[in-house]
Ligand binder design. Structure first.
Ligand SMILES: [Zn+2]
Length: 258
């Protein structure tokens, strides 16, 4: 089965990219969508991603990082011209659904670039109080007005909302253009949610059709995340067809690829 990791970051550690590619090759992950969130998240920046996708065009899909309130639509346009296929968004200056941000979402829709929205509480270097980061700006329901206004824009709610699982799940149930990933550290929200049982939130028939595989961990934890996700899908008897949607087809369709 083809596997695409829809949520990875390029950390600014020595040999990180080589280690990531090596891990993906070893575990049958064909490609990954990769973004750089800059120093605050111990990552490279968009320029670093540009270099990486040029070095590994068949293994990496570039996700352009924007911080709403600091980026303009023209940044997304330039990124698209430079080969970025997706947009990654976190730590907005105002809530995601602030009307002043709508031109960003409108352009992403026009360029057919899916958006990966961080939702829930964030971890940054030293908490960065000067950045005035608020998870309330990144509540899953902040995505509802965007989903309504831009029906052809495909969106992924990262981490199924972290601690707002119910809101994230109900939104993906109700909105055809909203999906979620179950990414995150093995000991984080996933441990809690798996302990209760992910079907507590993903309760309806076909819920897993709206899930996109993503890891969002350091490269050496990727094998564990992949194994846990495979085991979970088997446990819930998710059939081959639906597993294909989760592991590759959903994200490829959003990217306009096959
Ligand atoms: Zn992330």
């Amino acid at each position: 089965m083809r596997i695409i990791d829809a949520h990875t970051h390029l950390f600014d550690y020595p040999n990180y990219l080589e280690n990531l590619i090596k891990t993906n090759d070893e575990y049958g992950i064909e490609k990954c969508c990769i973004s750089g969130l800059g120093k605050l998240f111990m990552c490279v920046d968009n320029e670093g991603i540009k270099a990486a996708i040029n070095n590994y065009p068949n293994k990496l899909i570039g996700a352009f990082y924007i911080r709403p309130g600091e980026n303009e639509p023209k940044d997304i346009k330039n990124a698209h011209e430079e080969g970025f296929k997706m947009v990654k968004v976190t730590i907005p200056r105002k809530p995601y659904d602030d009307p002043s941000f709508f031109p960003l979402w409108e352009l992403a829709q026009e360029l057919k670039m899916p958006i990966l929205f961080h939702t829930g509480v964030v971890t940054t270097l030293n908490n960065a109080p000067e950045e005035r980061i608020s998870s309330w700006f990144m509540h899953p329901m902040r995505i509802e007005p965007i989903a309504n206004a831009f029906p052809d824009l495909n969106m992924i709610i990262a981490h199924l909302g972290v601690h707002w699982n119910e809101d994230a799940a109900e939104l993906i149930r109700m909105k055809p253009n909203v999906y979620a990933d179950l990414s995150g550290a093995p000991t984080g929200w996933r441990a809690r949610a798996d302990n209760i049982g992910m079907t507590h939130w993903l309760w309806w028939s076909g819920a897993f059709k709206k899930i996109v595989f993503g890891t969002d961990v350091i490269f050496n934890q990727i094998p564990q995340i992949l194994a846990e996700d495979k085991a979970r899908l088997d446990k819930f008897n998710i059939d081959q067809k639906n597993q294909e949607l989760i592991f590759s087809k959903n994200i490829l369709k959003m990217l306009g690829e096959r």
